[in-house]
Ligand binder design. Structure first.
Ligand code: GSH
Length: 365
C-alpha cells in the first residue's frame, strides 16, 4: 500500500514556498503540492493566513518555514540539510537569517516597484487563487508594504546595488561549487531560493537581470528545484568554507547584519518596556531608523526578526569553546561576527503558531 503523501500548500511565486520545496524534493519525500486553501485548511489549522504549510501523513500541521525545515530534518534525517559541524552549521543559519529577513528588500522592490513586474505578479497571483478578487486585494496589500520595509525611491539604488553585488559574488562561487557549502544542498541554499527563485527569477524585470547577468545563478536555481535524492553530494571537507563564499559573507556582513541589528535593538527597546508576563506582539512594534550603504532607511520594527536572529545565535551558543573559536576564526572580518558579539534581552518564542514575547525571568538577571 502506498503511504499517504505529505500535503504541501504552497504557490510557485511565494517566497517562503520556494524555501521548502527543494528540501522536500532532496529528501525524496512523498508529497503533493496543492494551491493554498485558506478557508478550508490553512486558517482552521493555524489561525494564520500564511503560506506555505505542510500537513504530514499523520495529520500534524507544520507552519513557518524554519519550523517546517527543522521538523522535516527530524522526521526525514537523510539526506541531511543541516550540517553538524560548527562553522558550516552556524553559516547555514546565518544565510537563512539573511535570506528570510534582508533579501525581502530586493525581492519586494523588484516585484512591486516596476510596472512590468507588477502586472505579471498580479496575473500570477490571480492564476494561483480560486478567488481572483481576493488575490487582487492581496497583491495591493503586498505592494503597500514597501515603505514599511524601507523600500522607497531614495533607498532603491542601494537595494539594487546590493543585489547586483550578490549576483556577481554568487556567480563566482557557483562557477566552482554547485551549492553554497560545497557539493551538497543545505538549509542555506533552501533559504536563498525564497528570494532568488520565487521573486527574482520568476518576476519580469529581475528575471531578465538574472538571466542576462547571472546565468550560473540560474543553473543553481534549476539544480535546487530538481535535486537527486540518491546523489545528494557532500559538503566541503573538514568543516571548510569555500574561498568564493567569503565575499558573499562579507556582503552580508556589510549590508544586512547592521540593518538586522538595528531592527533588533529597536525591538529590544520595545520589549524592555513590556510587562514581565507573556506578551503577544503584533507583527510590527513601531519603527526605527537604519542605514544601507550610507542611505538613511526608515523601517517598521518587526517582532519576527528577533525570533530569526535567535536561530544562528542559539546554534553558536550551543557550541563548546573550541567550536565557537573555529566559528569566530571563519567569520572574523566579514562583519557577520557582529551578530554573535551581543545577545538580546528578552526571548521571542511561539505558543502554537503564535509569536510571543517570553515572560521576563526576574531571577535570571
Ligand atoms: N515566517 C513565515 C513567513 C511566511 C510568509 O510571509 N508567507 C507569505 C507568502 S511567501 C505570506 O503568506 N504572506 C501573507 C501576509 O503577509 O499576509 C515562514 O517562514 O513561513
Amino acid at each position: 500500500m502506498t503511504a499517504r503523501p505529505y500535503r504541501f500548500y504552497a504557490a510557485e511565486i511565494s517566497y517562503f514556498s520556494a524555501k521548502v520545496r527543494p528540501a522536500l524534493r532532496q529528501k525524496g519525500v512523498h508529497y503533493v503540492e496543492l494551491l493554498p486553501d485558506f478557508r478550508g485548511v490553512i486558517l482552521p489549522r493555524t489561525g494564520l493566513a500564511f503560506i506555505p504549510i505542510v500537513v504530514t501523513p499523520d495529520d500534524e500541521t507544520w507552519q513557518d518555514t524554519s519550523d517546517i525545515l527543522d521538523a522535516l530534518e527530524g522526521r526525514v534525517p537523510a539526506p541531511a540539510l543541516y550540517p553538524t559541524t560548527p562553522v558550516q552549521r552556524v553559516t547555514a543559519y546565518l544565510v537563512e537569517l539573511y535570506a528570510d529577513e534582508f533579501m525581502l528588500l530586493p525581492a519586494m522592490h523588484y516585484r512591486w516597484s516596476f510596472p512590468e513586474s507588477v502586472a505579471k505578479a498580479r496575473a500570477d497571483f490571480a492564476a494561483s487563487s480560486s478567488e481572483p478578487d481576493t488575490a487582487t486585494r492581496f497583491a495591493t496589500r503586498m505592494q503597500g508594504t514597501l515603505p514599511y520595509l524601507g523600500i522607497t525611491p531614495e533607498t532603491a539604488p542601494a537595494i539594487e546595488a546590493h543585489l547586483r553585488d550578490l549576483l556577481d559574488r554568487l556567480s563566482a562561487h557557483f562557477a566552482v561549487h554547485p551549492f553554497l557549502l560545497g557539493g551538497r544542498m543545505s538549509l542555506a541554499d533552501c533559504a536563498l531560493m525564497g528570494p532568488l527563485y520565487a521573486h527574482l527569477y520568476l518576476d519580469a524585470v529581475p528575471g531578465r537581470l538574472l538571466r542576462e547577468t547571472a546565468p550560473a545563478v540560474g543553473r543553481w536555481i534549476e539544480r535546487m528545484n530538481r535535486p537527486d535524492p540518491d546523489a545528494p553530494g557532500e559538503w566541503l571537507a573538514d568543516d571548510g568554507l569555500a574561498p568564493t563564499l567569503r565575499p558573499v559573507l562579507e556582503l552580508i556582513g556589510a549590508d544586512a547584519v547592521p540593518l538586522i541589528l538595528d531592527g533588533l535593538r529597536a525591538f529590544d527597546a520595545w520589549a524592555a518596556e513590556q510587562p514581565a508576563v507573556l506578551v503577544e506582539p503584533s507583527r510590527g512594534v513601531g519603527g526605527h531608523a537604519t542605514v544601507l550603504r550610507g542611505v538613511p532607511v526608515q523601517r517598521f520594527t518587526s517582532a519576527y526578526t528577533p525570533w530569526m536572529v535567535q536561530r544562528p545565535r542559539d546554534a553558536y551558543a550551543r557550541l563548546d569553546a573550541a567550536a565557537r573559536a573555529a566559528v569566530d576564526r571563519a567569520l572574523a572580518g566579514t562583519g557577520c561576527d557582529a551578530l554573535f558579539a551581543t545577545r538580546s534581552g528578552r526571548r521571542v518564542g511561539k505558543r502554537g503558531f503564535t509569536l510571543v514575547l517570553e515572560p521576563r525571568k526576574e531571577s535570571a538577571a
